[in-house]
Design a protein around this ligand. Sequence first.
Ligand code: NAD
Ligand code: UDP
Length: 314
Amino acid sequence: MKSKKNILITGGAGFIGSHLCKALIDLGHNVICLDNLYTGSKKNISNLIDNPNFEFINHDIVKPYYRKNIDEIYNLACPASPKHYQYNPIKTVKTCTIGVINMLGLARKNNAKILQASTSEVYGDPEIHPQTENYYGNVNTIGYRSCYDEGKRCAETLFMDYKREHDLNIRIVRIFNTYGPNMTKNDGRVVSNFILQALNNENITIYGDGTQTRSFSYVEDTVAGIISLMNSTEYDVFNIGNPNEMTVGQLAEKIIKLTDSTSEIKYLELPNDDPKQRKPDITKAKTKLNWEPKVNLDEGLAKTITWVEEQLSR
Ligand code: NAD
Ligand code: UDP
């Protein structure tokens, strides 16, 4: 394999995608970022836009796209926050199915490797804990989260069928809750909500009683895991996340402390089908990819808080 690759990243102007674009440019590759700017923004890639190894193309993956000489595709295009993926649920399903078929077709024509950004949401409201890759999940097919959960499950199926039918060189990464700079302000996700509320000394909105758990991974760790999987010889499914599990209530207390905020907790209704617990088992990634997260939560939150403060002061 040549050392300087032509890499296409869909969703490259989004939160995780923008860090992935930067990391791959820093590794010396050419990066083509395909994004319809639905939840992403040119601001996230403003540091790359003048780089001769970087190209931005405004394109919706639900429409076919053709280009020659692509070595690798990272398919991240898809809104990730519940607020955004539920805003136009039919479009979310199209992005995860028609969009995915378009990208698999592009990979096939180029004989390129292709990686799918899947999600811990394929486990739904999990009955086994922590979640291992061989768990089939517990997903509601007809709920508000289904457009995303089932969309991502179908995308995994499509990836495996292209592997079996066409011997396509595929990778699937199940990403667990990730946070860090470039998270969209007001996208409704817990870390960005709590940090903004704490910095503004507004009420911290906990949905439900705050005993539900999540495990939060700093974006640099998530991106390193995704790249390790693409570069490995493994082709099947890997969990990438940080097993440091905590309750949403504990996260609120931590953010209040780190921001020295006077915010108080306000309890609101729990959204439908909100998973009660989530923690990745990352044994497979540790042993087969030699990857594990390095940034602890206090360190990652401190960096994220500094970034949000900078944005607010502009
Ligand atoms: P994001 O919403 O910030 O980024 C998604 C990007 O995809 C945006 O730039 C958006 O404009 C673009 N996009 C959406 N639909 C598109 C379409 N039809 N055509 C072209 N571009 C389109 O989300 P993120 O947090 O960066 O997530 C990136 C990927 O990782 C998503 O596929 C998501 O499902 C997955 N993921 C993220 C997390 C997380 O915690 N952030 C967890 C699990 C999985
Ligand atoms: N959550 C919350 N307050 C908020 C935003 C989210 O209590 O202001 C909760 C949400 O109900 C869920 C958890 O935090 O239990 C993580 O939510 P997020 O939307 O970040 O991710 P996901 O539910 O997809 O894991």
